[in-house]
Design a protein around this ligand. Sequence first.
Ligand code: ZN
Length: 218
Amino acid sequence: MKYLKFKNSSEVTPIGKLVCVGRNYAAHAKELGGEVPEFPIIFLKPASNVIFSGEPVVHPDYSNNLHHEVELVLYIGEDIKNGTDESAANAIHGFTLGLDMTLRDLQFEFKAKGDPWTLAKCFDTAAVLTEVVLKKDYQLKGNEIISLSVNGTERQNSSIANMIFSPVEIVKFISKRMTLEKGDLIFTGTPEGVGRVVPGDKIEASLENIGSITTFIK
Ligand code: ZN
């Protein structure tokens, strides 16, 4: 079992499910050749995929196109079903930064065949996190800058204000379809600039006022 890490708190919380939103920035939907979605596109990752900043991402040997996706991640701190604007906002107890590592070659093959993307998104070390910043310590303004560089060259840089669906809209949408529980994490989608990484590469990512991640590809 994996546990969350918190800034300024000794709270002990096992990680629940990782619910991820696809194509939540218009410019990223366009770079992948997809439509800007009418509703959030949702997929899951298991908690066992999680590693923390400082640990290496292990490149699976059955893919030739491992991509980075840097994302704002919501920490769900209380159970919620059929969220309203108010209860969805209250269920988000904090924020962290995450990398949604993706096997893009497998994803395109699965999409072309109409098969589930599961194995393109789920593999050991496919979700990199840093410490959760609780809302008591920082209230998200909604225009923080999220960025990622590989070997010192910046590839992704956007304001989270460019998200199509806001955190509250995402929590309302998901919680109408499945109960969200304390310890669940929601990956809110990546801005444009996703790209390939290979063994030996160093990834550095940051989300203004929330935290940063450093990892290597092994
Ligand atoms: Zn993603």
